[in-house]
Design a binder for this molecule. Structure first.
Ligand SMILES: NC(=O)C1=CN([C@@H]2O[C@H](COP(=O)(O)OP(=O)(O)OC[C@H]3O[C@@H](n4cnc5c(N)ncnc54)[C@H](O)[C@@H]3O)[C@@H](O)[C@H]2O)C=CC1
Length: 428
């Protein structure tokens, strides 16, 4: 290590809780941890997805330049860097191992990816603040405490130092220490504030389980206490069968007067949580939910129409958005394109068609792959320049959908989805 990093995030009350500074002993001697087997891809690839960025303004700060240089340098070895990061963390702080799932697989790169996403948005303070505050709140359910953050910072610096090659020097290390201190402080403060307002997690009982296709279930939950959220948001969920493995699922309904929550789950190959929810969960089972998150919510300050693309189970939050517009009595035009591989996979088409019959301002267009892919279908209609766009579905669909919508004249700041991290981060 070139310097002597000291992470001193204040406790929520402004007093330094502990000091974990100093060189990481023995870091250079450690072997890379073996790569874990891969699980099914997480629906949202980080702990919590970042919000849509505002346009970046001005030149990047010097710290941001140094940090991006490190990211570029380590992009091709991200996997080894991640393994080494966790090896350092757990060797130096074995007590922290219990906060993570028994099998690390997809968890492995989540923490690091979240940190790197934060670094990516260093110069965009409103976006960074919103993202980190959500991340801090979301970490309460893992049992994360203020005093854990310095340990993570040390492991991060140790791993970066090892893999950043010529991009690493004392100045770069100082930039990372400053950045990490800022990042962790925002998370700590947000968690402390949230503690006054909301539980760290909710328990929710399965009250109905409806298998719509061999792979897709619609599940209704009754939370043990009120669960406030907005249509279009998602939750994190832990099952009793896979402790400490959390997955993201969007709510399929706007908030209901009876307080019940509904989710659409597709069992994906090797997806432990999704398979348990589809094939094992039954009424009476109790799950745990983290706080709501996500920025794909309706902007009620405008009369713009809504153009919604829902692919596969991505139709769930789109249905919630439609209900939200209906409840506001806005009568704004809402155009839904509902994509699936084939007719059989359009598992919620009856509900969507019922909504279309009820609301004259709503048009629902099912699109199967025989007819083409969702973004192509959208290009055949329009014009869309006066619409706000909402996308939910597989990553490839979001990517090509965003391109199609930009091509149709919708500005980026009126295109909402919850996949930002994966779209901006270098592939690893
Ligand atoms: N908030 C969100 O963004 C949500 C996302 N999801 C995600 O949606 C996905 C749904 O998966 P499945 O039901 O298996 O979907 P799928 O693989 O059956 O595809 C659904 C639709 O997306 C289209 N599509 C797929 N790849 C595409 C590409 N590269 N370019 C253009 N169109 C493409 C297909 O043609 C089809 O119309 C999951 O990954 C799930 O995690 C689910 C709920 C909410």
């Amino acid at each position: 290590m070139t310097g002597n990093p000291t992470f001193l995030p204040r406790t929520p009350h402004g007093v330094s809780s502990c000091e974990h500074g100093g060189r990481l002993r023995g870091g250079k001697d450690m072997k890379d941890a073996p790569a874990a087997a891969t699980d099914a891809p997480p629906r949202i690839p980080m702990d919590e997805p970042a919000p849509e960025p505002a346009a970046m303004t001005g030149a990047p700060s010097h710290d941001a330049v140094l940090i991006r240089r490190t990211l570029v340098e380590t992009a091709s070895v991200a996997d080894r860097l991640t393994s080494y990061f966790y090896a350092l963390l757990f060797t130096r702080h074995p007590d922290l191992r219990a906060l993570f799932p028994a099998a690390m697989d997809t968890q492995r790169d989540r923490l690091l990816k979240a940190l790197l996403t934060a670094a990516e948005h260093l110069d965009n303070t409103p976006v960074l603040t919103e993202y980190l505050r959500g991340l801090g709140r979301g970490h309460r359910k893992y049992g994360t405490r203020a005093e854990h953050y310095p340990a993570v910072g040390e492991a991060l610096i140790g791993a970066l130092e090892r893999y950043a090659g010529s991009a690493w020097d004392a100045e770069t290390e100082a930039a990372w220490v400053r950045t990490y201190t800022k990042v962790s402080q925002m998370m700590i403060d947000a968690a402390a504030e949230d503690e006054q307002l909301a539980p760290a997690w909710w328990q929710a009982e399965v009250v109905s389980h409806d298998l719509r296709t061999p792979d897709v279930a619609v599940i209704t939950l009754r939370p043990d206490q009120p669960y406030p959220f907005l249509a279009g948001q998602y939750t994190t969920l832990e099952t009793p069968w896979w402790p400490r493995i959390w997955r993201h699922y969007s709510f399929a309904s706007a908030p209901r007067p009876d307080g019940l929550l509904s989710l659409h789950i597709k069992a994906v190959p090797a997806g432990w949580v999704s398979n348990a929810l589809v094939h094992r969960a039954r009424p009476g089972d109790v799950l745990r939910l983290g706080p709501p998150a996500g920025s794909m919510t309706v902007d009620h300050s405008t009369d713009n129409g809504l153009l919604c693309l829902g692919g596969g189970t991505g139709i769930a939050p789109i249905k919630a958005l439609v209900e939200d517009v209906a409840e506001h009595g806005d009568r704004r035009r809402v155009e839904v394109f509902y994509g699936a591989r084939n007719g059989h996979d359009l598992y919620d088409i009856d509900t969507m068609m019922r909504l279309q019959q009820t609301f004259p301002w709503l048009a629902v267009r099912p699109v199967t792959e025989e007819e083409g892919r969702l973004p192509d279908a959208v290009r055949h209609y329009g014009p869309w320049a006066e619409y706000d766009a909402y996308l939910s579905g597989p990553l490839g669909m979001i990517r090509s959908g965003v391109d199609a919508l930009k091509g149709a004249g919708i500005p980026t700041d009126r295109i909402r989805h919850d996949y930002l991290g994966e779209l901006v981060l270098p592939a690893s």
